[in-house]
Write a protein that binds this ligand. Structure first.
Ligand code: ADP
Ligand code: MG
Length: 697
């Protein structure tokens, strides 16, 4: 797929220029000077020849076939050029020209016209408004970048052209090579998902990197990413915020979902390694591109100074890595070869006066130790430290073992020569121990991702008819915010346990229902206009007898009238007062890119302060549901502290799956809050005490 783009036989540069300061010249020059072997045709009606190549007036005038057109003409001519390309039978186009969607409504229209023509002729388009495309294997630099990267195994796409050039420069300095390099531009046709698919099948790509500001189609992206990440790591920097803020959010779940929660959740569920910065992107990619994945989390640290060793230890622990326990054999050997003052346990300290031999012995021993999965190798430059020799030794020794070695030579000027050797020898190197630990954690994450089987979401039984009816009734009445009465119908239809409830229209009726349900009861105002009931005194708990029930009925109505004189009041619900459990908030919000996102967290009145919640994109699988619960900071409270019995895990998981099923079946639900969901001890289940739903029109 996309051979016309990455390995074309013939390329036309439409808008090629004789003026060396013009993009149309630079692009042509890049294609020629970096050694592309296919045919190159400049297209320009006003020139006969540019850079020694015959120039044609239009693409159609080129004598042989053209696979790829690189378009650099002013925006208003691009549609015409695309038409020519179509008639010529061009397979792919890179539209470098800017002034399209990014420039306003007129540009957007022009872009649409261009893409329509391309679709008509089946031309795949990169851009518009991009830097271009580079493929090192075909020596094709169809861009106006100032450099050509070395050949390598990383494929990279970026939504920012400027970042592309910065990355190329950095890569040149650090010896990082690329396979393909794509500036996505406006993503008029080809977008991130297309390239995930191409690179999954590309034998020249072993790591995929991306800088994205947004994703065109969340579902397709997750699907493609999930398939890619099972075979190759995909590291992505996502910047910018989503448009979630554009809709007024009325639920707790909506408030708690930061603009980035959906991306975090989606990346996690698709096995994407999220880098927080461009420097992390590099940190991860150098390690993943050139080093084998660790089999486990056990790290050995080798150092010539105590401080950095401690820093690395801390960073490993913070990242969930473990300090390996060295085997007796390794320890004995280290006692033999290292001075008595050295540390013969992990972190192995070869001491400040170590020459490269001590380092070599320690590295060899650690790599051989079956209890070690990975090595972080630290060096600080002392007067006698053999920087270059040590670097060479790491390169040499690590080649004979199937364990990752990540180096951190701390310093600047003195250690630069060492880093150069490490880079050339494909040993990832970092400025600080924390960076090495972070990269190693990403490697472990990748290893764990590929070794876990991906489960499919399970289908949960539900009374779909009943739920649809309840939704329809509200929709017909033109109400988008469902009150507790209505929301209960839907929640019950999906099998979540609810307290008994009856809607009373008089004090007599309230007393009658309370007697039927059995005291004590809870009474609540039911009105589509009142969403936070207890804020206005609309909830009375612990009603013990008939007198109190009648009184509560009057009080609740009075307070509601005072609070909102023209509120549409349906009545007062009389509810079974259920035993208090741990308070959970279970919710759903809808993300513009990824759709429904389920939330789970410890609830109660402090939920918005503590913000201890987890998100996952629906539909979710049983292991994902379980992980949402166990990943909470306050999970120990649910697992049971200080002799407390553990909460009912199975029931919580089931609730999450049922809610996930609900929003998968009912896309018109845009927000759901079950707050609180009482969870009881193991075997005792849960109770959805309050529910609110917001639907779309
Ligand atoms: P609000 O609209 O203010 O969120 P809720 O229905 O959640 O109203 O009620 C407020 C609080 O009252 C709940 O957090 C819960 O602690 C308690 N509560 C409500 N209904 C019941 C019930 N049926 N049994 C026991 N406690 C209840
Ligand atoms: Mg509530």
């Amino acid at each position: 797929m996309l051979d016309a783009l990455f390995s074309p036989q013939a390329v036309a540069v439409v808008g090629a220029s004789t003026d060396p300061t013009k993009l149309g010249h630079m692009v042509l020059d890049n294609i020629i000077k970096y050694g592309y072997q296919g045919e190159v045709h400049p297209i320009n009606p006003k020139a006969d020849e540019i850079l020694g190549r015959t120039c044609y007036a239009t693409v159609k005038d080129v004598p042989g076939p053209v696979d790829l057109a690189v378009i650099v003409v002013p925006n208003k001519f691009v549609a015409g050029v695309m038409n020519d390309c179509g008639e010529k039978g061009v397979g792919a186009a890179i539209v470098i020209t800017a002034g399209f969607r990014e420039a306003g409504p007129e540009g957007r229209e022009m872009e649409q016209a261009v893409i329509e023509i391309a679709r008509k002729y089946d031309i795949r388009v990169v851009g518009p408004n991009c830097l271009g495309v580079i493929d090192t294997h075909s020596a094709l630099n169809a861009s106006f970048a100032a450099r050509m990267p070395d050949e390598g195994k990383i494929s990279f796409m970026s939504q920012s052209g400027a970042l592309c050039t910065g990355i190329l420069d950095w890569a040149a300095l650090n010896g990082l090579g690329f396979s393909s390099f794509v500036s996505l531009g406006n993503k008029g046709d080809l977008n991130e998902t297309d390239f995930l698919e191409v690179w999954r099948d590309d034998p020249n790509t072993s790591v995929v990197m991306a800088y994205l500001e947004g994703v065109v189609d969340g579902d397709a992206f997750m699907e493609a990413a999930r398939r890619l990440t099972k075979v190759k790591p995909f590291i992505c920097v996502k910047s910018g915020t989503t448009s979630a803020g554009s809709r007024a959010v009325s639920s707790h779940t909506g408030t708690l979902a930061g603009s980035d929660s959906a991306y975090d959740a989606a990346f996690k569920q698709a096995g994407i390694l999220r880098a927080r910065s461009v420097s992390e992107l590099f940190a991860y990619s150098t390690a993943l591109a050139y080093q084998p994945l660790p089999k486990g989390r056990r790290v050995a640290i080798i150092t010539n100074a105590g401080g950095p060793g401690i820093m690395a230890t801390d960073a490993c622990e913070k990242g969930g890595l473990q300090l390996a326990t060295l085997s007796q054999e390794t320890v004995d050997y280290l006692y033999e070869v290292l001075p008595p003052a050295a540390n013969h346990y992990n972190p192995i300290d070869v001491l400040g006066d170590a020459l490269s031999d001590r380092y070599e012995q320690a590295l060899e021993a650690a790599l051989k130790d079956p209890g070690v999965d990975a090595i972080i190798f630290l060096l600080t430059p002392q007067a006698m430290t053999e920087i270059a020799n040590t670097a060479k030794a790491i390169v040499r020794i690590s080649k004979n073992h199937d364990k990752p070695v990540l180096a951190c030579f701390m310093g600047g000027k003195d250690i630069a020569a060492g880093n150069k050797i490490l880079g050339a020898g494909h040993i990832p190197f970092y400025d600080f121990p924390e960076d090495a630990a972070d990269a190693l954690r990403a490697m472990v994450q990748q290893q764990e991702w590929i070794s876990t089987e991906h489960e499919e979401p399970v289908n949960m039984a539900a009374d779909r008819e009943r739920a649809a009816m309840a939704l329809l009734a509200a929709q017909k009445a033109g109400r988008l915010k469902l009150n507790e009465m209505e929301a209960r119908q839907i929640v019950a239809a999906y099998g979540l346990p609810l307290p008994q409830s009856q809607l009373a229209f008089s004090g007599d009726q309230a007393a009658q229902f309370a007697a039927e349900i059995g005291y004590p009861v809870v009474m609540k105002i039911i009105s589509p206009d009142i969403l936070h009931k207890s804020d206005m005194g609309g909830v009375v708990v612990g009603i013990k007898d008939e007198k109190e029930a009648r009184q509560a009925y009057q009080d609740i109505l009075l307070r509601a009238r005072r609070y909102m004189p023209d509120a549409d009041i349906w009545g007062v619900a009389v509810q079974e007062m259920v035993a208090k459990g741990k308070e959970i908030i279970l919710g759903v919000t809808k993300d513009p890119t990824f759709g429904h996102m389920v939330m789970f967290g410890l609830g109660g009145i402090y939920v918005e302060v503590l913000k201890d919640v987890q998100f996952a994109i629906a539909p979710i699988t049983p292991p994902q549901a379980r992980e949402m619960i166990t990943s909470l900071r306050s999970y120990p409270l649910l697992a049971g502290v200080r002799g407390e019995p553990p909460s009912d895990m199975e029931a919580m998981v089931e609730c999450l799956l049922r809610v996930s099923q609900m929003v998968t079946d009912l896309p018109q639900i845009v927000e759901l809050d079950i707050n609180p969901l009482f969870v009881y001890e193991k075997g005792q289940g849960v109770m959805a005490v309050d529910a609110r739903i917001v639907i779309s029109e």
